[in-house]
Design a protein. Structure first.
Length: 64
């Protein structure tokens, strides 16, 4: 499955796959909103998305 431009930018800024990065936080039962805020911080605001966007993207990746 092709990555969206947002996922590509996140991968470059984080230095790893966004799905892998998210999994670490989901294992700790962090909320999607909290993870989205951490993503914005980790990417110096370059990837600023909602928790709902991350949830849908993550579920789409897992289904593929």
């Amino acid at each position: 499955m092709a990555l969206t431009p947002t996922e590509q930018k996140a991968r470059v800024r984080l230095g790893e796959d966004l799905g892998t990065w998210i999994e670490r936080y989901r294992k700790d039962d962090r909320s999607w909103r909290w993870i989205a805020k951490q993503l914005a911080t980790a990417t110096a605001g370059e990837v600023d998305v909602t928790g709902e966007y991350l949830r849908q993207m993550f579920n789409r990746q897992k289904a593929a």
